[in-house]
Ligand binder design. Structure first.
Ligand code: PEP
Ligand code: MN
Length: 288
């Protein structure tokens, strides 16, 4: 890998300190580890509302949910599209949680930007330069997921492409990379998280759901990510995973999310950070 310095990555290379990126009014990259949670796909109003309330009760301060889904198979559920964006906005406002959702192509960016508080670029699109530019030009924060076969250098160049549009609100997300093993869906690159924290000032979060693909491993992987320095977690949650229309095996049930939250808090405290969900639920206002 080329040296990561002010010459090779003038905008992304780490200088004196780390950056804080706001999604809505939620800071990512500050002292608190944040939780972004929600379903893989928006399936219905009741599914999204139940999941958002579960996510918030579990300490999430940002809602996620797919409207346009980048599925590996073109025959799999592709998402509800525009109606899902309207539901995401409605339930985000209802619960007081800002929302992040994915845009698949440049032409979709204005529509997604008119409903969401941040735009997600998925793993399959990390190298799609026109999409990176369009997302950057929207002016909204961009949650950039690492390509499943991308090196850290390629990941940082993708971030640099967004930063070059003049948008400095970029959050990196390690979501697992391809290895020879197929027991887990991907391999969470814990060393990569630690490396990115040294190489760039941008906040780094981890997605233990897509990294493991198995609900019973999500919390363990989340602990490792936070221990390695992740500024936040992106976790998929569903009220009834057997009924999920995408990624059923990796959706956490409400009690599993609560357990993850408790366990992550112990790691966060051990490394001198505050964790999501540390505020007693009774003190969490119902709406903001
Ligand atoms: C997602 O987070 O909805 C998703 C599709 O993840 P990835 O792009 O990391 O596969
Ligand atoms: Mn998913």
């Amino acid at each position: 890998m080329a040296a990561v310095n002010a010459e090779t990555f003038p905008l992304a290379a780490r200088g004196a300190g780390g950056s804080t990126v706001y999604i809505g009014d939620v800071p990512i990259g500050g002292p608190e580890v944040v939780l972004i949670a929600g379903p893989c796909s928006v399936e219905s109003e009741s599914q999204l509302r139940t999941t958002a309330l579960t996510a918030r009760a579990g300490g999430a301060s940002i809602l996620r949910g797919g409207a346009f889904k980048p599925r590996t198979s073109p025959y799999s559920f592709q998402g509800l599209g525009e109606p899902a964006l309207a539901l995401l906005r409605e339930i985000a406002d209802e619960t007081g949680l800002p929302v992040v959702t994915e845009a698949l192509e440049p032409a979709q960016v204005p529509l997604v930007a008119s409903h969401a508080d941040a735009i997600q670029i998925g793993s399959r699109n990390m190298c799609a330069t026109p999409l990176l530019r369009a997302a950057g030009e929207s002016g909204l924060p961009v949650l950039l997921k690492r390509g499943m076969s991308a090196t850290l250098e390629e990941f940082l160049f993708a971030a640099e492409t967004i930063l070059l549009t003049g948008n400095d609100a970029v959050v990196l997300c390690e979501r697992g990379i391809r290895t020879f093993d197929s027991y887990t869906r991907n391999c969470l690159d814990v060393g990569g998280i630690a490396a990115l924290k040294r190489l760039t000032h941008l906040p780094v979060i981890a997605d233990p759901s897509h990294a493991t693909g198995r609900h019973e491993l999500v919390a363990d992987a989340a602990l490792a990510a936070v221990a390695a320095g992740a500024d936040g977690l992106l976790v998929e949650v569903h009220p009834d995973r057997s009924a999920a229309r995408s990624d059923p095996e990796q959706q956490l049930l409400p009690d599993e999310l609560a357990e993850l939250t408790d366990r992550v808090a112990t790691i966060a405290v051990a490394i001198g950070r505050r964790s999501f969900g540390s505020v007693p639920l009774a003190q969490v206002a119902l709406t903001r």
